[in-house]
Design a protein around this ligand. Structure first.
Ligand SMILES: *Cc1c(COP(=O)(O)O)cnc(C)c1O
Length: 359
């Protein structure tokens, strides 16, 4: 039987396994010293002083906590939170869970990221901006939560993303750029007050002031794996860049930006479903990264995001992808171009990812 090349898979090695076993043998599994060390090492990674990162149970929890922290600080009467329509539903869920109202913004015309000049942003007290597919965006606006769930390691002018605004979040879900053993998240901020607030409300136990708190803690078991993954991040990044360059050298142009982490291998197609089906029949899992039905609002109101839902395919690109597997994918794509002929394909000679060509 043909072996399927999955669209994504986690990269876990001997070191992660040993770290997890050590925690299990120690008898202390819940939030403890491993979590504290992970938080410190995360601060060091981003060039922050210790005490400026807080680990939580998921990226979703991190978003929710970040909204609550900004809200607490500013005692916001404006309950609107602007989010990109072209993003993960975790954003909308966090906004609603925090008792806020989501407003939806379109993407930029040269990137899959939120257009921070959209009118709705002026109506919102808080905005969430993602670096989708690991493509970094410069953010100057105030009151923006920088969602780096897909973009740890990406850079803007050589500086790591995560601290451009008042507060940033990360996800360590199994197939994100690094994982803390399947689930996990982190909030970072230059404002230590936000971090201390979140440290307080992630843990309901032993408190007697009736403040609403919810268990969103990370465990030592998760943190022990996350610590190794953070240490290995440069190795993962190198491999992602290597694979992305290799796709391009062999005729498959990817959509990426300066400083990109290449979380996804995004190629353009005029018939994404057909291309995906062709790859599937030949043992390669590709996905439509965000579909029309996954848009967070009515497509008519976000024409650029809508166009993206019908023109992009994500092909396998992750650290454990082998050269041999990649050659299989490249061979299939090049063959498809030859057979397909009329440009419902991945490769046109010039200007492929000038977005103007999309509309
Ligand atoms: C994955 C993701 C999240 C949510 O993270 P979880 O850890 O899965 O809860 C939030 N935002 C973006 C952009 C994501 O990709």
């Amino acid at each position: 039987m043909q072996k399927v090349i999955p669209h994504n898979r986690p990269t876990i090695g001997e070191e992660e396994i040993c770290a997890a076993v050590k925690v299990m043998e120690s008898g202390h599994l819940s939030q403890g010293t491993e979590v504290a060390l992970f938080e410190n090492e995360f601060c060091e990674y981003l060039g922050l002083n210790h005490g400026h990162a807080v680990a939580v149970s998921s990226g979703s929890a991190a978003l929710y906590m970040a909204i609550r922290a900004l809200d607490m600080d500013k005692n916001q009467r404006n309950t609107n939170v602007a989010i990109p329509a072209y993003s993960c539903s975790a954003l909308r869920n966090a906004v609603l869970l925090a008792g806020k109202k989501p407003l939806y913004a379109d993407v930029k015309d040269d990137s899959p990221n939120i257009d921070l000049t959209s009118d709705v942003i002026k109506e919102a007290g808080i905005t969430i901006a993602c670096h989708i597919y690991g493509m970094p965006e410069r953010i100057d606006n105030h009151n923006v939560i920088e969602d780096c769930a897909q973009a740890i390691g990406a850079t803007i002018n050589g500086k790591l993303v995560g601290t451009q605004t008042e507060i940033g979040i990360f996800s360590f879900y199994a197939t994100k750029p690094i994982t803390s053993g399947g689930e996990g998240g982190m909030v970072v901020s230059k404002n230590k007050g936000y971090i201390d607030f979140i440290k307080d409300i992630r843990d309901f136990d032993m408190k007697n002031d009736n403040v609403v708190r919810f268990n969103m803690k990370m465990t030592d078991l998760q943190a022990s794996v996350g610590r190794i993954q953070l240490k290995r991040l440069p190795e993962f990044e190198k491999k992602r860049h290597y694979l992305a360059d290799r796709y391009e050298k062999k005729g498959i142009p990817l959509w990426r930006k300066e400083g990109s982490i290449e979380y996804r291998g995004i190629i353009r197609s005029r018939a994404p479903e057909r291309l995906m089906e062709y790859l599937k029949q030949n043992g390669v899992q590709a996905i439509l990264p965000i579909t029309e039905s996954e848009l967070l609002c009515v497509p008519l109101t976000v024409p650029r995001a809508y166009a993206l839902t019908h023109s992009l395919v994500s092909i396998p690109l992750y650290p454990s992808l082998t050269d041999e597997e990649q050659d299989t994918i490249i061979g299939l794509l090049n063959k498809y171009v030859d057979v397909g002929g009329n440009y419902d394909n991945v490769s046109t000679p010039t200007g492929l990812f000038t977005m103007a060509g999309l509309f």
